[in-house]
Design a protein around this ligand. Sequence first.
Ligand code: CAA
Length: 391
Amino acid sequence: MEIGIDKMGFYTPHMYVDMNKLAVARNDEPEKYTIGIGQEKMAVPPITQDAVTLAANAAMEILDEADKEKIDLVIFATESGVDHSKAAAIYAHHLLRLNPRARAIEVKEACYGATAGIQLAKGHISLHPDRKVLVLGSDISRYGLHTPGEVTQGAGAVAILMSANPRVMVLGKESAYHTEDIMDFWRPLYSKTALVQGKYSVEKYNSFFKTVWEDYKKKTGLTLKDFAAICFHLPYTKQGLKALRLVIDEGTAADKERLLAHFEVSKQYNKIVGNIYTGALYLSLLSLLELNTDIEDGARIGLYSYGSGAVGEFFSGILQPNYREYLHVRHHRKMLSERNEVSVQEYEDLFNQELPADGSDIDLPVENDPAPVLLSGIKDHMRMYINKDQS
Ligand code: CAA
């Protein structure tokens, strides 16, 4: 039986800040941000969006009533969760009106969480081929104003519907993975922003890539010539390029040209959204699948997932016949092109807006956010969500 990605949704908030303007405000050269880091725009979330709402907005565009009936497992991957106990998956399950006869759980391992969800989904579907699994990867990336990590922030979510006989991509059974206890990036329970040893995190991302790539080649006998493209976890787009360059000389001139050209396509969405942490690899895959003009059915796509702390994994998938027909390219282009630019001052004000931390109630300005699913406030310590499309 073949198992993999049947549908892919994506959501990012309606506001962004221009990286050239952020560079000027931080007394940096704009080329450092746009070339050295490789980012052009960075998504800015309003206070009415959190990991739950971003994920529900991403899933709403792809699920029909038949999917909702067949989903019996929701796996919500996030490192910006909203509760230490209750799974974000349960809020999403409710907002999406999914079948109550389902399991709903949250998983965490930094930016690797959604990949863990996908691999767990494969196991579940192999036991129950008639069921579907909804994997959500949703995050708001926050390092803090005036920090080196600031240029690698962002916000957004991917929703991946996993099934037997998928229409977009069949995932291979073989996979290479690696875990090591390191402190390259983490967020203690008391902190709203991530702590990071930036250069060390880049080094570990790269060394984990080399480890799992070597293991994958040994396990499968595949080499660069077998891949139409390789997608990377993209905390910022230059990071993926750094990793690709580590192995590119293993290929012929034609392999190099093909893989570098497709890497350019795979970074287009990420460079105008920013780091969406656990969804970032799948945003890059979406960018590749929706924007390429020459990748045929049957092509193999490599996927490198990295979550600080750290876990890395390399796996791959085969594109299915007419895969383009099952993507939502027009919807995504419209969403990205209709976003509003905010000034650096407005971005800073939005960054500094916070929900009460003392248990008090709040009503949020829902009229300012065009998204269907929103956080409308907090009452008696409970988060209040609304889905405008269902009210
Ligand atoms: N024109 C062109 N390029 C320029 C430039 C200019 N005027 N000025 C600087 N650059 C280049 C630099 O040469 C450098 O390029 P290389 O990396 O290829 O050498 C690049 O711009 C960045 O410059 P710096 O290294 O000086 O930047 P920095 O010290 O401000 O830090 C960073 C960069 C470490 C990535 C920092 O932004 C950071 O800590 N980010 C968060 C951590 C992160 O994203 N780590 C990635 C791996 S971990 C992971 O993937 C998990 C996750 O999601 C967090």
